[in-house]
Design a protein around this ligand. Sequence first.
Ligand code: HEC
Length: 88
Amino acid sequence: MALRPILLSIPLLLAASLTAASQDGEMLFAQRCGDCHGARAISAWGRKLPNPEQRGLWLEGFLATHHPPPENERAPIIEHIQSRYMRR
Ligand code: HEC
């Protein structure tokens, strides 16, 4: 029974960290990619890869070599691109 409060708090923690990640993603994108890429250029590119899953995988691979952001920033940056610029 002592575990119960801990288990209940897990979804709250997850929700909090997701919000943090999407805010960070916007900031990190501006910082790491914004000098060269505006929103419009990225969305034009996104239309060439209309399947969100494929696009995510492609970005994973691409950003490993294209002005690679530090490992821990890659996921929030990709999430930001996916959610912000490529909604159809
Ligand atoms: C110093 C400038 C510069 C930075 C910084 C940069 N890019 Fe790029 N990016 C380019 C150029 C130039 C191209 C087009 C040539 C190429 O494919 O390499 C490009 C291409 C791309 C493409 C493919 C576009 C297409 O039409 O094929 C994507 C997606 C992309 N960049 C995302 C990013 C992301 C995300 C970041 C940040 C982590 C980033 N870039 C950082 C200059 C930059």
